[in-house]
Ligand binder design. Structure first.
Ligand code: NAD
Ligand code: 6OD
Length: 498
């Protein structure tokens, strides 16, 4: 779909991004800050931070839109608008692709096959969901024997605050905006301060697709003490859907508690894979490499712990190390590049602290652990080597804390029960992968894992109708298909005495 010659190398024009409020781009905002191209460290454009007053204007615009045609449209008409949004994203895919790469530094092959098509697919999938806004009907016994009829209605919850991280900016934002709009809500989106571009491009698409003014609003800025916190605490917000770190989720939950607003939280993970000796080893290695290193390891579902049955442990480690070594860092716009940089200097420092800690705690570094050589013009970027460790204790920080970089620890196990217990011995519970050709074992193990999603013989294979979310500290609530309906709508029971 996209080639290097279509997109060229990144030489972004200087510009200023503000907000999108009530159907219009505006330069309201206070402090300006710079965004950076992670592949070179160069600043790209400036962004205006939305202060409390500007955030208030966005929430008010969303409230006004709820009184207009959007919330009262038929579900089929809203579905048609969502389909047009999907079509416009696809028609403007090259612009989305370029904007996403300049913000994140991710390789063009990845963004072209995952981020941008999923951005469109989220809208087509939830266009259909709008048709399923049904409720329950109950006939009720009463003392006079005439009975009563109970039925439920669903109405839009109201103004939904959508707060997103930087790792899959368009994918994760549209994953929340699409169901919110399908259910008739208005949204105020706060993209990550690192990656605001595709949320603003989506604003143009909303106008092109005929979304009424005020239904989709964007405010830019930071989190605590800034735009994110103003938004969460705004009394005009009816619910907050958030994807990001567990500690941020905690702060957001506290902020939403004032006013008793519901939250849907997709948080961090410390995901594990179990590789049984009876698996298709080649497939398990390729899948584990993908799950540890895709997007430079910056995927919440990524595997940072791998447990391998002892009989195939040495062979697995050797094969995984070969996969890691085959990854090619380089110009994100070059289709041959398979490894992008980390998002920022700060995030690379965090990942490097874990690399140093692993060594101090006695890890054997199978491969990686440093900064890879890259072309001179890329040397200011936040490059890091894909890294594999063995030999650490289960209680080590490396096995307990989310690193969010291209790295994993591989440990041998002897018994099925032992592997399950080690996977579950985590504060997190987002996702797991199980690699086995034994059908009974696959079902038996999956049923015992304390996570929101288990993939068997695959990873990050998504059906947008399936539930998605985390257990334990990985989140609250489920989104996907009809599963988010309780969050995005308010159920209203009507009881008719007959
Ligand atoms: P983050 O929590 O630092 O920031 C996410 C968003 O929250 C940003 O827009 C930020 O500005 C905002 N924010 C921060 N503090 C806030 C506050 N007090 N009030 C309101 N908003 C606030 O996360 P990140 O660094 O952008 O993303 C990486 C993290 O996200 C990782 O932990 C990763 O696992 C997680 N993540 C989870 C999922 C999932 O589906 N479970 C998906 C992607 C990323
Ligand atoms: O695929 C999705 O719907 C989803 N929420 C993926 C999350 C990936 C985390 O980085």
């Amino acid at each position: 779909m996209h080639t290097a010659s279509q997109t060229g190398t990144a030489a972004p024009a200087r510009r200023t991004l503000g907000q999108f409020i009530g159907g219009e781009a505006t330069h309201r905002g206070t402090r300006a800050y710079e965004c950076v191209y992670p592949a070179t460290g160069e600043s790209t454009y400036e962004v205006l931070e939305a202060d409390a007053e500007t955030t208030d204007a966005a929430v008010r615009a969303a409230r006004r839109a709820l009184g207009g045609p959007w919330a009262h449209m038929t579900a089929a008409d809203r579905g048609a608008v969502l389909r047009r949004i999907a079509e416009r994203i696809t028609a403007r895919a090259d612009e989305f692709l370029r904007a996403e790469i300049i913000d994140t530094g991710k390789p063009v092959g990845l963004a072209a096959h995952l981020d941008i098509p999923r951005g469109a697919a989220n809208f087509s999938a939830f266009a259909d969901l709008a048709q399923h806004l049904s409720g329950e009907t109950l006939t009720t016994h009463t003392a006079d024997r005439r009975g009563a009829l109970n039925y439920s209605l669903r109405r839009p919850r109201g103004v939904i605050a959508v707060i997103c991280p930087w790792n899959l900016p368009l994918l994760l934002l549209t994953w929340k905006v699409a169901p919110a709009l399908a259910c008739g809500n208005a949204v105020v989106v706060k993209p990550s301060e690192e990656t605001p571009a595709t949320a603003m491009l989506l604003a143009e698409v909303m106008n092109e697709a005929g979304v009424p003014p005020g239904v989709y609003n964007v405010v830019n800025g930071f989190g605590q003490g800034s735009t994110g916190e103003h938004l969460v605490r705004h009394p005009g917000v009816s619910g907050v859907t958030f994807t990001g770190e567990t500690s941020t989720g905690t702060a957001i939950m506290k902020g939403a508690a004032d006013g008793i607003r519901p939250v849907s939280l997709e948080l961090g993970g410390k995901n594990a894979a179990i590789v049984f000796a009876d698996c298709d080893l080649q497939r398990a290695v390729a899948g584990s490499a993908r799950s540890a290193f895709l997007n430079c390891g910056q995927v919440c579902l990524g595997t940072e712990r791998v447990y391998v049955e002892r009989a195939v442990f040495d062979e697995f480690v050797e094969m995984l190390a070969r996969e890691a070594a085959a990854l090619r860092p380089g110009d994100p716009f070059d289709p041959a590049t398979t490894l992008g940089p980390l998002i920022s200097a700060g995030h690379r420092e965090k990942v490097q602290r874990y690399f140093a800690l692993a060594r101090r705690q006695g890890a054997r570094v199978v491969t990686g652990g440093g900064i890879p050589p890259v072309a001179e013009r890329l040397r200011g970027g936040y490059w890091i080597e894909p890294t594999i460790w063995t030999g650490l204790e289960e209680t080590s920080d490396i096995l307990q804390q989310e690193i969010f970089g291209p790295c994993c620890h591989v440990a041998p196990f002897d018994e099925e029960d032992e592997a399950i217990n080690r996977v579950n011995a985590s504060d997190y519970g987002l996702a797991a992968a199980v690699w086995t050709e034994n059908l009974s074992r696959a079902h038996r193990v999956a049923a015992r894992l304390e996570v929101g999603t288990t993939w068997v013989n695959s990873w990050f294979l998504r059906d947008l109708r399936a539930s998605f979310g985390g257990s334990k500290r990985s989140g609250i609530g489920r989104e996907g298909g009809v599963h988010g309906l309780d969050f995005y709508t308010e159920t209203h029971n009507v009881c008719i005495k007959l």
